[in-house]
Design a protein around this ligand. Sequence first.
Ligand code: PHE
Length: 502
Amino acid sequence: MRLPESQVAVLEAASATDAQTIDQLAEATSLKPETVTGAAFDLRDDGLVDVEETVETSATLTDEGEEYLADGLPEVRLYRAALDAGADEDPVEMGQLIGASGLGGPKVQIALSNFARKGYGVIDGGKVDADPDADPDADEEAAALAAVADGDAGSVDDVVLDQLESRGLVARDERTVRSVTLTEDGVTVLMEGVEAAQTVDRLTPEMLTTGEWEDVEFTEYNVEADAPTTQGGKTHILRQTADRVKDTLVGMGFKEMEGPHADADFWINDCLFMPQDHPARTHWDRFALDVPPIHEVPEDLVDRVEDAHRNGVGEDGDGYHSPWSEDFARQVALRGHTTSLSMRYLSGYAQGDLEPPQRYFSVEKVYRNDTLDPTHLLEFYQIEGWVMAEDLSVRDLMGTFEEFYRQFGITDIQFKPHYNPYTEPSFELFGRHPETGEMIEIGNSGMFRPEVLEPLGVECDVMAWGLALERLLMLMYGFEDIRDVHGTLCDLELLRETEVLH
Ligand code: PHE
């Protein structure tokens, strides 16, 4: 029988009686493990070998595990100190034992909780009563630490190993081990004689010109062969989606805004006709920064904004009649929305005066002093945007959202009348969650009021919005907890495997 070279090598190295691992075969044949795996699977498909898969767990000591292996487990040290102090006869003050055992810092707590769990004694009213019958030399976990250190984790009871793992003393790793044995057919084929076919795995220009291609045998592709998984770096799905949002908005004719994360309250709130005594401007909601106030805010704009707050805008306009202080306006806070950027651009401060029509956006981080829960984070990304043009209507606003969300496959969106101090009318946006079927809030929007636009010097209409990037992800991928895509609780597998569709 003629077989490719690597298969012949594996077949000859394999045995009908002793299963051999891929690594052993790789060593015996001087082939790479992945070549042996490929050959073994091909031989298995031809019925010449059996491939058995087992999951092997290996365990290694963590730094903390190494430390306890050298110094003793904290609870054992506490027990020994207790015996030395006679706590097996009369309870002894805990402080005294801790001093004697030499335990410090977090190890004290570790010692105490494991001492009781393992029945080394009872801790009551700050005193330790040691059990005279306990045997610290028979501590299963201490023995297991030593076994793991000797590379003999296999001999350790699983329950004990689990316990050590949950204490962070041992790290376990699982891998699939494949072992190969010859089948009867394999033995027969070997006895009849196998011959290595000189197969070639690629066609070269030389083969074509010399005509050699006509005589060679080509290696067959095995598209099902296992290949080692490579886990390279990858852009986080949140960042990938942010990039996609940017591409989409640029495709819709928008330009990107940029500006500071920490900004004067003037840009974050005052320009937006947010009264200075508004609840959102208290320390409950905002992250104030203990830094000197910002000086370079345009003086004439400050005057016009103050005037809008005090006296209102237009003939029948009315101000808030509430206190307004320039000092407060210059205080610095982390922006609670990126509408601060819209103010910087609309006022002409960022890029000079803008003539309509204009479209701008940003996809940037905002900061709110909220309570963390499945739908709220203290930091999240806002998709800010605005369109400046003559005669805009609510239909334009709704149409823009429909067009935007449709590009992400989201067509079921609803609008709910809302109130913002800076827009009239205002709308909250809702989208249907693909898993729960509930309508969840995905953004806030409206047409800027004259009290905002007039001080900025804008004479036409401006429609604007702030949408939550994380909520868009929830609608796209069905996440139910925003922490699935943010922070340390994020599942690595999910980050590796979720594909962002363009
Ligand atoms: N700033 C609003 C928010 O954070 C969003 C918004 C921006 C609403 C512009 C209307 C106009 O919820």
